[in-house]
Ligand binder design. Sequence first.
Ligand code: HXC
Length: 274
Amino acid sequence: MAATTDIFKNDILKDKVLLCSGGGSGICRAMTEAVVRHGGKAVIISRSLERLEKAAKEMSEATGGVVIPIQADVRKPADVENAVAKTVEKFGKIDYLINGAAGNFLASFQNLSYNAFRTVIEIDLMGTWNLTKAASEYIKASKGSIINVSMTLHYTGTVYQQHAGAAKAGIDALTKHWAVELGPFGVRVNGIAPGPIENTVGMSKLSSTRGGYETIPLGRAGTVTEIAHSTVFLFSEAASYISGHMLVVDGAHWLTNHRPGYPEIVLNPKSSKL
Ligand code: HXC
């Protein structure tokens, strides 16, 4: 699936420089490709240099744009500082930041070890804070924009997801705090909370928590292209007065609260199961 269609003008993000954690795969790779496809340049970071190099090459070939891979573990301040320094060395600035690096798995409270909980908090929440801390002065200098990748599972206390939910709730809070604190410098800070997105690690790891497509009002999983479209929108001037917002892109999934019997009660009210 292409990262974006031609919904937006090709040069809507012309010459903008993106730094994206987790950009080597899945949703964040599509978000990165969308920025590059619309005129931007990107640096992608994650722990796996091999995956990054392959993704960067493929995205460059697909878009004709520039994508640079840099190995970094977002849990390590020295790594993210090095990634930021190299991005500025290469491009002279940073306009956009995507905090997308995440780790997740299904685990009950009973089976969640101290280290397992800490690991996910460190990758998701601390990783988001670390990278933003390292890049914030550059984002301020360019009056740039930040997108934090969150989720919706913590809105309803979904089973086996307390580690990721706690981390993402923290990310939601940071999104608001940073919008308030960085706003006076011209920086917009938003988030995207994807629902089930097809062909992603998140979907394959977590789908058993979600009860299947029948609990999604739009009747299907989302695509990475749909997350990419939201990314281009939030970074673009079309969203110039939007900050501190978490954009849920989930086909209205979480609103159903995974309700048994949905959508029969909507489509066939006479045979209502209420
Ligand atoms: C219980 C588990 C576990 C599991 C790992 N652990 N997997 N516990 N159930 N399935 C425990 C380990 O036993 C260990 O604890 C601790 O977690 C750390 O594991 P490591 O493998 O040493 O850590 P690390 O190599 O850093 O790997 C981190 C990881 C891994 C999170 C465990 O899965 C990872 O790197 N994932 C990255 C890719 C990923 O998951 N992406 C999904 C993003 S989806 P002990 O006590 O034994 O030492 C997403 C959801 C979005 O974020 C929501 C969409 C709806």
